[in-house]
Design a protein around this ligand. Structure first.
Ligand code: GTP
Ligand code: MG
Length: 387
């Protein structure tokens, strides 16, 4: 019906009339008087109250919503990495390491990333202009390292909060002149909590003497980071990010560590990965950087991330070079998203556009359901306060 009194509506739902007034307040619907005989003459307001009360509006009268059942139904139709068949061991191949650089403020993280990235640009024959895509790949013969370029802590927090694993190895930058500082300790704890091995880069060695470098090594013992030369397992590389000293040694150490870890991935099957970052480009539209962790990404593939999807139109590297495909551990920028996905969103390839849209639709519905459930909790709490 398109017109009901507060009392009629309350009775239909088997709730006290005060509940209906609470709902009206919740949706900011101004009423002149709080009387049971007050007439609500807008169907959308009635429907909204019915929904807010945890019911479905139906012809025969309101029907109670079973949130748990509905959520389970939606989840069952949705897709996620955990539900997909695990790759067969015989499909696995070696893959490059993904590295995050962390360290205390001003100890030289950005300078190190720039030097690593810069040395790489000079090597490319195109000499393209680097753009910030949240990650970059350093190549050397047949070997590659992917550096995550988002501030180390952000990448780690994202991984932790979403249970995502985007990094294999942490490079901890410590300025030789300052030694271990507050955020150095924080970085060590972050790395340890995710189980990533740590390679220590003692930076700014162009400014200090040998004794100061040794002092930093001594300090590290307190944090159970025992240098190899002292019988431990931690690789320590003295570098100058600014003067580009020993960067090759650092890269070698990363490859050696990766070798020990026997990092593997499945180059076949549907693509899986994570969104590193996304951006709206004036000319190219919606772009997102994706770290590929499974499969081989090709133009024309369908991807889903969060509540949006994409038909891969173009694949770019950090030098704006147009790629035909992207493989394991590579971070590439993808054009073709309907909306901007969020950092840390799981990326899944699906077979068809229809399936991509279906998954987004399911996730929208789930979000609405959760919202409705929360609204209902608020109303219930308010009622409890009244009583
Ligand atoms: P935040 O992003 O603020 O946390 O700092 P950061 O860790 O990125 O440090 P950044 O790279 O901005 O370097 C801080 C300062 O140290 C800059 O003035 C750099 O030029 C300087 N610096 C970095 N590496 C070296 C180095 O190897 N030698 C010397 N002498 N200076 C360095
Ligand atoms: Mg910086």
């Amino acid at each position: 019906r398109s017109q009901m009194t507060v009392k009629e509506l309350a009775d239909a739902m088997d709730r006290p009339t005060q509940h209906v007034f609470d709902c009206l307040e919740q949706i900011n619907f101004a009423i002149r008087s709080k009387r049971d005989s007050y007439i609500i003459n807008k169907l959308d307001v009635i429907t909204k109250i019915v929904q807010l009360s945890g019911f479905r509006y139906q012809m025969g009268g309101p029907q109670e919503i079973d949130f748990e059942k509905l959520e389970l139904e939606l989840d069952a139709k949705d897709d996620s990495r955990s539900k997909r068949p695990k790759p067969q061991a015989t499909h696995l191949i070696r893959r490059p390491p993904v590295v995050t650089i962390m360290g205390h403020v001003d100890h030289g993280k950005t300078t190190l990333l720039d030097s690593l990235r810069g040395s790489h640009i000079v090597e490319t024959e195109f000499g393209g202009i680097t753009q910030h895509i949240g990650a970059f790949n350093v190549k050397d013969k047949n070997r590659m390292i992917t550096f995550l370029d988002t501030p180390g802590h952000a990448a780690f927090s994202m991984m932790r909060s979403r249970g995502a694993k985007c990094t294999d190895i942490v490079v901890l930058v410590i300025a030789a002149e300052d030694g271990v500082m507050a955020q150095t300790v924080e970085s060590i704890n972050h790395a340890k909590s995710t189980g990533c091995p740590i390679i220590v880069a003692i930076n700014k060695i162009d400014k200090v003497n040998e004794a100061q470098i040794n002092r930093v090594k001594q300090e590290l013992l307190k944090y159970e980071l025992i240098p190899e030369e002292m019988g431990g397992e931690v690789q320590i590389v003295p570098i100058s990010a600014l003067k580009k000293t020993n960067l090759d040694v650092l890269k070698e150490e990363i490859w050696t560590q990766a070798e020990i870890m026997e990092l593997k991935g499945d180059p076949k099957g549907l693509v899986e990965g994570y969104i590193i970052e996304s951006t709206q480009d004036l000319h190219k539209g919606k772009l997102a950087t994706v770290l590929i962790q499974r499969g081989t990404l090709m133009k024309g593939d369908y991807l889903v991330a969060g509540k949006t999807w994409c038909k891969v139109k173009y694949i770019y590297d950090e030098n704006s070079q147009n790629l035909q495909k992207a493989s394991l551990s590579q971070a590439v920028q993808i054009m073709g998203w309907k909306d901007l996905p969020h950092s840390g969103d799981e990326v899944l390839q699906v077979d068809t556009e229809h399936r991509a849209k279906e998954i987004c639709d399911l996730r929208h519905k789930k979000e609405m359901l959760v919202k409705q459930k929360q609204d209902l909790e608020i109303i219930k709490k308010k009622r409890a306060e009244h009583d």
